[in-house]
Design a protein around this ligand. Structure first.
Ligand SMILES: Nc1ncnc2c1ncn2[C@@H]1O[C@H](COP(=O)(O)OP(=O)(O)OP(=O)(O)O)[C@@H](O)[C@H]1O
Ligand SMILES: [Zn+2]
Length: 818
């Protein structure tokens, strides 16, 4: 009897693909292993095995597999179930989920390039013959394809060898080139051991008697060391003593001091582990723990609704601790990579090496390592901290999922497919594992809070800050009046400037929030009104002063700033609106003696740029931090007394049913960064419209009012959580064709579905990278079967694809579009 194997290819194919297996291969294959298979004319793909059977495919000749790549499955049954759910629910293929889930190096293809890494440092004694041959070839050639390697060593089965060489750091795969993981190193200082004894030390001080600065440095070193009772960071030392780096260097050259480096995240662990291994919860936190447990007993997902700085993290820690004591795994999801670094230090202090981190900025190597550790249930990866893709790891016995900042829209993946919501997919995963799930937020999403009202989820609340610190006082500043009376300095009201000065005088720090990056979003001619547009997208170019450039934030197009207007030729170009760069620039003039940092997409491009800025602000190397919404998220700074929101109106005036909810969340979150330790913080919100209801809800911390008002509106106008939304986007370079096609699609939907169909409509930015876009929204009552509707949409899609002139059009489904 013949054996056939169904595999999942990591590409958008609707169906599984079938290959022929030998009897021997069939005895080795288990579901969830990788196989290399030929596909198309000449390509080799890595695919996942799914099913063995005896049914020969009818419409194509089944090819033989190329080779088996694993001895054991690398994907679990639960993962397959979960991924299938994601594919069905979010209307994509299982292959797309697989591609999104597996670390790239699991998916080597015939085209993958292999490059030499640290060839000189490789110990040849540890290489197999084949490994040696490959490295020899790489000494003469800058790169090799997998196929070429196959020829060199004269065998088909090369991927395991390639992986070995990656592990040995002898080679790099092309994708890894951009992603070299460099741990953040911190410089420390210590006294040469030769001077440890008192006698030697005295002799040294005598010797230095004439080098006054050097002996001062030495004394300061001892002072600091006895104060902080731990290792001495070079930066701390400079700040503490005012001793110049030149003097320190002189002492290092004389071999009196020694400098050394430690991986930053490990250091925290070394220092703190003894001091804080015990979690002492406040009464409020204890109560929350009891409430959450109550809900767990009823098998409910539980929302931990706790105001900013109420100490939600410690509550999670308590649960994490209990779960890992039973030997189970924990997944801790965060919306943003930036948040992981602050959190990891905190977690390490409690759980040491049981923590592993997983997100896209980690190298392929490390991701594979974490994958394997999770799969084998190793201690090293008992608690996984990660962003949404961590949800797709091969957990074997998951006991708890924490989704922190559950309201964040970055939990939803936009591009490419699978366009899943990590919070919702986490709840499904937690059900599959029979595990517990906590969602946490100070500003829960309307959906989640609604689910607690309808008793679908449980809720635990913490309405006071930890240590009973008062919530910051929020003041609305009317800048309409001030602008009219010309009493603004740049974009700063008198009140805001005064508060900043007071704060700086007290040696406290300030965060200023502006939701746009760059210098100014529009450069406009005051004579003819022409604004410079992106040639590829329907948006105005943003002015970036630092580079004297106009840039498109959608496609990256840039040009240098023109001297005169392209349309009328007059020298009357002026900027309109403002971004973070302009605020920073104004601050540099207003407060020349202070240090001003900026955190936005432009300053956080490098891999560790994020961490650097956050650390520098933590270490008070900046007095003021200007930022976009990056500064709003869950960061815990100790010394921030004032938060300023430069312009609230821009947050509330988006043409989007969510803009009020989002505005509330953003402002409340950024306000929450102020006054987290003892002294009450202050927040100033500048606005042209101080009567806006959302601003009042923000300044009174009235989440519940916001919730009920918004919920009422959503009910009136039929938006989530009262309906589900599927957004269909059509894309094409041809404007007319797109219009025709999207009309066709929308009217077919209207004919077939008995639900509300809106559009087609152009989005706010109707053309991106020369592709025109049109959206169709489908609103589905929560009582309706969403599966039935998706099936109908698929049938319409099939008819659509049968129309030859529409074939170039791309269709993108976004289920639960947010
Ligand atoms: N039980 C505790 N013992 C000691 N310190 C605590 C305790 N609970 C909270 N804290 C401290 O209070 C501060 C705020 O806690 P945390 O960062 O967990 O707040 P949060 O509720 O997550 O706030 P946000 O929503 O703004 O992120 C932290 O610096 C934390 O170390
Ligand atoms: Zn563009």
């Amino acid at each position: 009897m013949d054996f056939f194997l169904d595999v999942v290819l990591p590409i958008p194919l609707e169906r599984l693909f079938t290959y022929r297996l030998s009897r021997e291969e069939a005895s080795l294959v288990k579901r969830g292993m990788r196989v290399a298979v030929p596909f198309g004319k000449s390509k080799i793909y890595t695919a996942l095995t799914f099913d063995i059977h005896h049914n020969e495919p009818q419409v194509y000749e089944a090819k033989e597999i190329h080779q088996l790549l694993d001895d054991e499955p690398i994907v679990t049954e639960i993962q397959f179930k979960h991924w299938q759910w994601i594919a069905d629910y979010y209307m994509c293929t299982l292959g797309e989920v697989v591609r999104g889930a597996l670390p790239g190096s699991f998916l080597l293809e015939s085209e993958t390039l292999v490059l030499p890494n640290k060839l000189d440092q490789v110990d040849e004694a540890l290489l197999s013959d084949n490994e040696f041959l490959i490295l020899e070839a790489l000494r003469h050639q800058s790169s090799l394809k997998i196929d070429e390697i196959s020829k060199i060593i004269d065998r088909k089965r090369v991927l395991p060898i390639v992986n070995q060489l990656v592990q040995k750091q002898a080679i790099l795969l092309k994708e890894t080139l951009h992603e070299q993981y460099r741990p953040k190193m911190e410089k420390y200082l210590r006294l040469n051991r030769a001077y440890e004894s008192e006698a030697e030390l005295e002799r040294l001080l005598e010797k230095l008697a004439r080098a006054q600065k050097q002996s001062q440095a030495l004394l300061a070193f001892f002072q600091l060391k006895s104060q902080q009772k731990s290792r001495v960071k070079v930066n701390d030392f400079v700040k503490f003593s005012g001793i110049s780096k030149a003097v320190i260097k002189a002492l290092i050259d004389k071999e009196i001091f020694e400098s050394y480096e430690i991986r930053a995240d490990r250091v925290q662990f070394d220092v703190n582990s003894k001091e804080v291994s015990q979690i002492e919860l406040s009464a409020q936190q204890e109560k929350a723990v009891v409430d959450i447990k109550g809900n767990f007993e009823n098998d409910k997902v539980c929302l931990l609704y706790g105001v900013t700085s109420s100490g939600k993290t410690e509550v999670y820690l308590k649960f994490i601790n209990e779960v890992i004591e039973t030997g189970k795994q924990v997944l801790y999801l965060l919306p943003e990579i930036a948040l992981t670094s602050q959190l990891i230090n905190r977690l390490m202090a409690y759980f040491g090496n049981k923590i592993a981190v997983y997100h896209s900025k980690y190298s392929l190597n490390e991701r594979v390592e974490v994958w394997n550790n999770v799969l084998h249930g190793n201690d090293k990866a008992q608690v996984i901290v990660g962003t949404r893709s961590a949800l797709l790891l091969p957990f074997t016995h998951l006991g708890l999922i924490v989704v922190d900042e559950e309201h964040e829209s970055s939990f939803k993946q936009f591009d490419p497919a699978p366009r899943y919501h990590a919070r919702d997919a986490a709840i499904v995963l937690s059900n599959l594992h029979n595990s517990k799930c906590i969602l946490g937020s100070a500003t829960p999403s309307l959906e989640t809070f609604f689910n607690t009202k309808s008793k679908k989820y449980g809720i635990a609340q913490m309405l006071r800050r930890y240590g009973d610190v008062l919530m910051p006082e929020i003041e609305l500043v009317d800048i309409k009046e001030a602008t009219r009376k010309k009493r603004m300095k740049g974009h700063f009201s008198e009140q805001l400037l005064e508060e900043i000065s007071n704060c700086l005088a007290e040696k406290e720090q300030v965060i200023l929030f502006q939701n746009r990056r760059g210098f100014a979003p529009i450069v406009e001619c005051t004579t003819c009104g022409h604004a410079t547009q992106c040639p590829n997208c329907d948006v105005s170019l943003t002015y970036h002063q630092h580079r004297n450039q106009l840039r498109c934030h959608y496609c990256g197009y840039h040009m240098s700033l023109l001297q005169s207007c392209q349309a009328c030729g007059n020298n009357t170009l002026d900027t309109k609106g403002f971004g973070t760069e302009q605020i920073q620039e104004e601050l540099l003039k207003l407060f020349p003696e202070y240090r001003i940092g900026r955190m936005d997409l432009d300053t956080t491009r490098g891999k560790y740029a994020y961490e650097k800025i956050i650390n520098a602000f933590e270490q008070q190397e900046f007095d003021i931090l200007v930022g976009t919404q990056m500064v709003t998220k869950g960061l815990d700074f100790r010394n921030v007394a004032l938060v300023g929101i430069m312009n609230a109106d821009s947050l509330l005036n988006f043409p989007d049913y969510r803009s009020h909810e989002r505005g509330f969340q953003l402002m409340t979150q950024v306000a929450g960064r102020a006054g987290r330790t003892e002294k009450r913080g202050k927040v100033l919100i500048q606005t042209y419209n101080p009567y806006h209801q959302i601003l009042h809800q923000v300044s009174n911390y009235d989440y519940k009012k916001m919730f009920s008002e918004q919920l009422y509106e959503r009910e009136q106008f039929k938006y989530p959580p009262h309906v589900r939304i599927i957004r269909i986007t059509l894309k094409d370079k041809d404007y007319n064709k797109l219009n025709e096609a999207s009309d066709w699609f929308a009217s077919s939907l209207r004919n077939v579905l008995k639900v509300q169909v809106l559009g087609p409509e152009y989005p706010t930015v109707a053309r991106i990278r020369n592709q025109y876009l049109k959206n169709i929204l489908i609103k589905i009552n929560t009582t309706e079967s969403i599966t039935r509707i998706k099936n109908s949409i698929r049938r319409i899609e099939n008819s659509f694809n049968a129309i030859s002139q529409y074939r170039s059009i791309r269709l993108v489904y976004d289920v639960d579009h947010i």
